[in-house]
Write a protein that binds this ligand. Sequence first.
Ligand code: 13P
Ligand code: SF4
Length: 366
Amino acid sequence: MNIYENEQDHLPKISEAELSDEQVMEELHAIREELGDKLVVLGHHYQQDDVISLADHTGDSLQLAREAAKLDAEYIIFCGVHFMAETADMLSAPHQKVILPDMNAGCTMADMANRVEIDRAWENIKKATSAKITPITYINCSALLKDFVGANDGAICTSSNAKKVIEWALEHGEKLLFFPDQHLGRNTCFDLGIPLDEMIVYNPNMQNGGVTPEQIQKAKVILWYGYCSVHQGFTKAQVEQIKKDDPETTVIVHPECSFDVVQAADMDGSTSHIINTVKNAPAGSKWAIGTEINLVNRLANEFSDKKIVSLSPYQCLCATMYRVRPRWLLESFRSIKRGEPINVISVSEEVKKNSLKALERMLKIS
Ligand code: 13P
Ligand code: SF4
């Protein structure tokens, strides 16, 4: 099955010798003015500040997916990672084109589950149990996994609606297969009252996923082994150190962090939840945030009346989000202006059909 309908473009990028950073920003603003309503720029919260300054809409994965579904613009430039642009393409109208400024902006977690592995795991699990299993995929995955979920009566979730979607899945079936992020799955299911000993981890790199048929029969939740290497960098020891140094600091983390970190933290939630919580907190309040560093730094600058630090002393940067740079964006803008758009993400109709079923189910549930 082909995911894409088109060949991908890889044009040479505009070098620093050709244009300075300031000239790049000037040209971006000028082209944008010229193209008017033809073009809309969406920016995920982890994008760098220069890119965010050009975004018409910023948001978490769910907000940007919703935005993409209601825009009229002919061109949607998605400043984020590949799976987000794919989702936007599936939710937008056929006449619209979704562009990803850097085709190498992927997501390492999304790469931890592929369709062959999921098909094989599904077969193994089905062999072990006759219970009704509902597959749920975190939106951080390729369109082929969304297609799988749609074809098997499951749904998609994001970090901000995972609870609602999993609640739906548990009413709908007896067991849950959740991929690719074990942490979001575990943290959410635990919040919903499922004990840890009713969850197992399926590792596709091990024979039969590293689990026995008896373990599959006993488990309520089967978690794929995937994780986000950025969020897995946060540790329980860091939360304890912050609390020891200053017990008045509130620790808030993203649910892609490990179970230990989420349990030790005071709060957890999606990027938008983190932003809104900090925004609504009183002046003088102190925060340690466990998520991507571009967002933490932006919050620290924006809310200078509060003390905001990263939970980790190390730079927890999402290197793939960081690939989207203003000068790559300029390549995209120029290509639209010439009428020959590059890096268009176009998911094939074959894959879109079932993926859309699962996406629409998610939008309905949340
Ligand atoms: P949000 O949906 O919370 O923005 O998360 C997206 C993501 O990739 C976090 O790593
Ligand atoms: Fe993927 Fe992690 Fe980057 Fe989010 S922060 S896009 S999950 S690699």
